[in-house]
Design a protein around this ligand. Structure first.
Ligand SMILES: [Fe+2]
Ligand SMILES: [Fe+2]
Length: 253
């Protein structure tokens, strides 16, 4: 798949045909290389420290392979984005420092809850990005066929397929309900703040460097929200239903 992505030509600075949503996806991509490194670390720790049946162990190994491939693809993607947004490296370094702290200081159960929460929210975002497969253009991704849209469609498809794995790990480890919800709220705040901060920093940089006019970005923002409102309401309902028991959460997406 990585070969297929690299064979496509880049869609340029406005690859999603909307200056706001292009930078929103670029901002989300900043989270992936370090975030997925954290997911892989937690998955490996679960494999090493916990008794489980061979089916769960096999699925964790497949998860690690998939996240490794996503991590490599987004590292290349971010290297290209850094050409138009040099502060990207310092954003990544801050994330690496935060996640290293979680890795070193948090108990494994807390780290598992964080991964389960991030995986659930990534799956919600993936549904929004792809939209209804029967209706091309109904999601956040444009119908353009370039390196960036190809990478996102592939990654979102795999996230939708594998997010339930960490629900099974939560069940297997018998993690307390209050712990799962506490770390879900923490992960939600972390994700919202970082995506908003990165999108704002990139947009301000684009205005300063005249990559985009503020009015064009505002127009993109209005078009994006007008089109996405039903999807955003759906996402908020799914987000809030994480309070349900795990067996019901697994059927939500
Ligand atoms: Fe991933
Ligand atoms: Fe994932």
């Amino acid at each position: 798949m990585l070969t297929q992505v690299s064979q496509k030509s880049s869609g340029g600075l406005n690859w999603n045909k909307n200056p706001f949503s292009t930078r929103l996806f670029d901002a989300i991509s900043i989270l992936f290389p370090s975030g997925e490194r954290f997911f892989i670390h937690v998955a490996q720790k679960v494999l090493e420290t916990h008794d489980m049946d061979s089916s769960l162990s096999c699925d964790i190994q497949s998860f690690i392979k998939e996240e490794n491939a996503h991590q490599r693809a987004h590292t290349l993607y971010n290297e290209k984005t850094a050409l138009s947004f040099p502060k990207l490296t310092s954003c990544e370094q801050k994330l690496i420092a935060d996640l290293d702290y979680f890795q070193q200081k948090m108990p494994l159960d807390a780290q598992i809850c964080l991964v389960a929460a991030f995986e659930y929210m990534t799956a919600i975002l993936s549904h929004l990005a792809i939209g209804n497969p029967q209706k091309p253009g109904s999601g956040w991704l444009s119908t353009e066929n370039n390196a960036q849209t190809t990478l996102w469609r592939w990654h979102c498809g795999e996230e939708i397929a594998h997010w339930r794995l960490f629900m099974r790990v939560l069940e297997n480890k018998k993690i307390k309900y209050s712990t799962r919800i506490f770390y879900f709220l923490m992960a939600s705040a972390y994700l919202c703040l970082d995506i908003s901060r990165h999108t704002a920093l990139m947009s301000i940089h684009d205005f300063k460097k005249s990559h985009t006019r503020p009015l064009a970005c505002l127009g993109g923002f209005i078009r994006f929200f007008a089109k996405s409102l039903p999807g955003i309401l759906w996402a908020l309902s799914r987000w809030s239903l994480y309070i349900l028991p795990i067996s019901r959460v697994q059927k939500l997406l």
